[in-house]
Design a binder for this molecule. Structure first.
Ligand code: SAM
Length: 241
């Protein structure tokens, strides 16, 4: 699952017993060698889909980590690009790895539940971070993203169809969530990371509740499931003017 440059089992265990913020500080130097970083295939597909509905002026990557989504924004935004994350360690790696150039990139350390921006962005993206939020935190998170977008601005992120019940992937994710629930019941600080806590329908309802109009764009690069539905979609939530 991990490359030789990735974290050891012991390092992962120490990280998982920390808070989310501290855990990512510790993981940061090896994060890009883990499967937790969004794969390039997903980033490329989202960039292509955004190109079809762009261009955009100023972009924000929410929970940017080491800068995976910032690379996408640099392709589709003509103005500034900002990455925001609460882990100083992840931001330090991002600063080293993402080349400077145009559009201008800046990094901000902040909690996504309290974004320190005015409505200054035309596009916000987020990759691989919603598992760190409890279902009850989603309305607040989406309200924050809504508040930093200019009227008409978009919040876009990919969503993978849930695995078929009984499949190997289904059992692995279920097992992971169970372990995390036990860990969080007996250990402080909590490390919130659940794969199956938020349902797709809830996600869409909360976005609409926050004042977005939602459109779904299938990402054709990932094909379709047996029932014909797309394997991966890009959600585009537009802030109503
Ligand atoms: C799985 S990583 C994904 C990083 C990157 N977006 C990617 O796709 O490679 C999740 C990131 O979310 C950040 N994060 C989690 N909760 C956060 C919060 N409340 N505010 C800001 N960042 C948060 C973590 O620090 C971490 O960098």
């Amino acid at each position: 699952m991990f490359s030789p440059q990735g974290p050891s089992l012991r390092e992962l265990a120490v990280q998982a017993l920390s808070s989310v913020e501290r855990g990512y500080d510790l993981l940061a130097p090896k994060f890009d060698h883990t499967p937790f970083r969004t794969p390039d295939s997903v980033l490329d597909a989202v960039a292509s889909a955004l190109r079809r509905i762009g261009p955009f002026e100023d972009g924000l990557d929410v929970c940017c980590g080491t800068g995976a989504g910032v690379g996408v924004l640099r392709q589709v935004c003509e103005g500034s690009v900002t990455g925001v994350d609460f882990s100083a360690g992840m931001l330090a790696v991002a600063r080293e790895r993402v080349p400077s150039g145009l559009p201008r990139v800046s990094w901000v350390r902040a909690d996504a539940r309290a974004l320190p921006f005015r409505p200054a962005f035309d596009l916000a993206v987020s990759f691989g971070a919603f598992g760190h939020f409890l279902p009850r935190e989603l309305p607040g998170l989406f309200a924050q993203v809504h508040s930093v977008l200019r009227p008409g601005g978009c919040f876009a992120f990919p969503v993978v169809a849930p695995p078929r019940p009984g499949s190997l992937m289904y059992c692995m994710l279920l097992g992971f969530d169970l372990v995390m629930r036990v860990r969080n019941a007996v250990w402080r600080p909590p490390f919130v990371m659940y794969y199956r806590a938020v349902r797709f329908g809830d996600l869409l309802r909360e976005l609409e509740g926050a004042g977005f109009r939602v459109h779904l764009h299938p990402l054709p690069e990932f094909g379709r499931q047996r029932d014909g539905s797309p394997r991966v979609r890009m959600v585009v939530a537009r802030r109503l003017p």
